[in-house]
Design a protein around this ligand. Structure first.
Ligand SMILES: C[S@@+](CC[C@H](N)C(=O)[O-])C[C@H]1O[C@@H](n2cnc3c(N)ncnc32)[C@H](O)[C@@H]1O
Length: 245
C-alpha cells in the first residue's frame, strides 16, 4: 500500500483500535470473573457439610462486581485469582471464596441494612450492596477509606456509605443492623457490635489471638437479645486494630 493510502487510513484505523482496546480488556476481565465463580463453586463442593455452602444470589452478585476496578493498578491483572491481594498499607483484599462464604453466612435480605467493618478496597461492600438495601462500611486506614469511597461512588454503588474510623465501636447512628460483616480478625467478639445487631440478626467475624489460630465465627442474636456463636472454619485475616477495648 502506498504511503498516501496509509496516511488516509490512519485517522480511521487508529481511533477504531483505541476504541476496541477497553472493550477487549472488559471481555478479558469478564472471562476471568467467570473463572473465579467456577473456582468458588469447586471449593464450596469440596468443603464438607453445609458450613462452606455458597448462596446462588451471592455468586450472581460476584459475577457482576468488577473486582479489577477496586484493586490497586499493580494487582489488577490478578484481580480474579482466588487469593488475597495486597491493597497497600499492609492490608489485603480477601480471597474471593472467603468473600462469598462470609456474604452467604450473613444471609443478606433485600431490605437489610448491613454494617461492614474493614472496608479495605470496597469489594466486599460492593458485593453486599447488590444484595441488600444499604451498606455502611468503616475503615480505620484513612487513605483506604477515601480511595474505596471514591471508587465505589465512581462505579455507581450509591447504597454504600464509607467512613473513616474504628469499626470496633460499630456505627451507633445507623444501628441496629440486620447483619454485620467484620473483615479483620478480633481476639474476641466486640461487645458494641453484638449490641448493634438486631434481634434475629447475624454477624460474621474472624476471631483469634494470632494469625495462625483464627476461626470464622457466626454470631446469631436471638429474639430475646441473647446470642449464640458457632465456629465455621479456620481462616487467616489481618488483625482488627484500634483502641478502646
Ligand atoms: C482483609 S482487609 C478487608 C478487605 C475488604 N473487606 C475488601 O473487600 O477489600 C481488613 C481491613 O480492615 C481494616 N481494619 C482493621 N482494623 C479495623 C478497625 N478497628 N476498624 C475498621 N477497619 C479496620 C484494615 O485496615 C483493612 O483494610
Amino acid at each position: 500500500m502506498s504511503a498516501n493510502v496509509w496516511r488516509k487510513l490512519i485517522p480511521v484505523v487508529v481511533p477504531l483500535l483505541l476504541a476496541s482496546a477497553p472493550a477487549a480488556a472488559e471481555t478479558h476481565f469478564a472471562a476471568a470473573r467467570d473463572d473465579m465463580i467456577r473456582t468458588i463453586e469447586a471449593i464450596a463442593r469440596g468443603v464438607s457439610g453445609q458450613s462452606g455452602a455458597i448462596d446462588a444470589a451471592v455468586l450472581a452478585a460476584m459475577r457482576e462486581v468488577p473486582r479489577h476496578e477496586l484493586v490497586p493498578a499493580d494487582v489488577r491483572d490478578r484481580a480474579y485469582v482466588d487469593s488475597p491481594l495486597s491493597i497497600g498499607f499492609g492490608q489485603t483484599i480477601s480471597q474471593p471464596y472467603i468473600v462469598a462464604l462470609m456474604t452467604s453466612l450473613a444471609k443478606p435480605g433485600s431490605d437489610y441494612v448491613v454494617l461492614e467493618v474493614g472496608t479495605g478496597s470496597g469489594y466486599q461492600a460492593a458485593v453486599l450492596s447488590r444484595l441488600v438495601a444499604q451498606v455502611y462500611s468503616i475503615e480505620i486506614v484513612e487513605p483506604l477509606a477515601s480511595r474505596a469511597a471514591e471508587r465505589l461512588k465512581a462505579l455507581g454503588y450509591d447504597n454504600v456509605t464509607v467512613r473513616h474510623g474504628d469499626g470496633y465501636q460499630g456505627w451507633p447512628e445507623h444501628a441496629p443492623f440486620d447483619a454485620i460483616v467484620v473483615t479483620a480478625a478480633a481476639d474476641h467478639i466486640p461487645a458494641p457490635l453484638v449490641e448493634q445487631l438486631k434481634p434475629g440478626g447475624r454477624m460474621v467475624i474472624p476471631v483469634g489471638a494470632s494469625s495462625l489460630a483464627q476461626n470464622l465465627m457466626l454470631v446469631e442474636k436471638d429474639r430475646d437479645g441473647s446470642h449464640t456463636r458457632r465456629t465455621v472454619l479456620p481462616v487467616r485475616f489481618v488483625p482488627l486494630v484500634g483502641g478502646n477495648r
